[in-house]
Design a protein around this ligand. Sequence first.
Ligand SMILES: C[S@@+](CC[C@H](N)C(=O)[O-])C[C@H]1O[C@@H](n2cnc3c(N)ncnc32)[C@H](O)[C@@H]1O
Length: 466
Amino acid sequence: MPRGRYVRLKTRLPDAATAARYLLYWQSTDLYHHAEDFPQLDSISLFGNQHPLELEVGCGTGEFLCTLAARTPQTNYVGVDLARKAVFLAVDNAARLGLTNIMFIKADIMLVLPLLVPESLQSVYLHFPAPHIQARHRRRGILSQRFVDGIYRALVINGRLSIMTDQPAVVCQIGNLTRDDRRFETVREEEAMPEMDAALKSKYQQMWERKGRAFERLEVYKRSLLALLLCVVTGLALVACSTPGASEQTVVPTATPTPRELSQQVGAATLAVQSMHFGIEVSGAPVPAEPSGFFALVSMEGDMQRPDGVMATVKVKSITGVAEVRVVSLAGQQYVTNPITRQWMCVPPGVAFDPAILFDPQVGMEQLLQTDIEDVTLVGIEDLDGRPHYHLRGTVPGERLQAISYGTLGAGAVTADLWAEMDTLRATRVVLVDTSTDANRPSTWSMQFSEYDKDVDLRVPPGVDC
Ligand SMILES: C[S@@+](CC[C@H](N)C(=O)[O-])C[C@H]1O[C@@H](n2cnc3c(N)ncnc32)[C@H](O)[C@@H]1O
């Protein structure tokens, strides 16, 4: 059966005033080549207010969206469709009803997605989309990971994506993309649609109904961070995450880890790593590297191997400039190179900053994350190097940091930001900000950890015998 088209629709261009009020007419080539010339889309930019905003993708002639807009004047609606004639008719409908809370954009939704302001949409409707199920058409279709990702980004927390269709393949395609995607929760996935208010039926819904077609419906919503945490961190919740209609089933209650507990888990997971690469950048007020204060720490980069080995290249700054020294710390003995002669020499314990203490199983960073970080909050889940990370923030008592930073940090409490991979819970980044010495130029340690459990060739430097 041929699917409906708009070719026979009789339309005319809306007059200038109506077009100015209801229509944005965007060419794909302009959107593609000059996206920066187009506005970011949210309620403010489209309607000049902050009312909730809902989007219909492929709104066709706009009957469904106009009915919603007439019924809910405190919500704004925007319909996007590629088909020029359909959009002109939608504009005509809105103008006849005198609606003030609706706009239509004639454009390709795939080019509009990047313009949607993150967390700006309350609901997205994809009702009776063209299926494009044949392989040769799939490239044109909107039933793609890129579409799902774009919609996820634009939805508010708990905002929903509603799909209605006469094509089981459509629900299957979107269902496959959202069902195992923990960012979404399926509200319902039904083979038959509930009885619907006639006025809310779209043009295509009415048409397929007349032809006696069956419909399917899928509704998912964007999980809150806490719900996402529940799913990712607790194995139990995975059952609920992957089961359609889970929210309507009895979910086994399970404790969500608090940010404090997460920080403890991150400390433990990082402590379990046998070796890793690290880099530390120091900025702000100078951090002395030895008691005279003549040398200030600039950066260090190297490898750590448990139980007590570190080798690193350390950059220090003095009035004469920046110098580089190599450091090896093994079994409690520290060796450094003379910055001028580059000869290795032994450093008696306690005479200079020893990077090995940062990873000491009793007092190092991993232990600190487990026991000494206070007032921990979850800032969010963020992408670092393409992988999702927990971002936690807390404070560390100054005296606790003095112990591991050779007294260079921690005259007062220090703010700690911590990023850890969501799947392994291993720390990949820690930023310590000490405002107590100089509030305007806080001493800041930015530490990066990577290459966990790699092989490290760590040995006593040649030619030294301490
Ligand atoms: C089958 S019609 C359904 C229209 C309306 N939702 C309804 O139920 O009556 C599908 C609509 O999606 C539109 N469409 C298809 N691909 C699109 C895209 N990439 N961007 C915007 N609209 C698109 C088509 O122009 C068409 O109007």
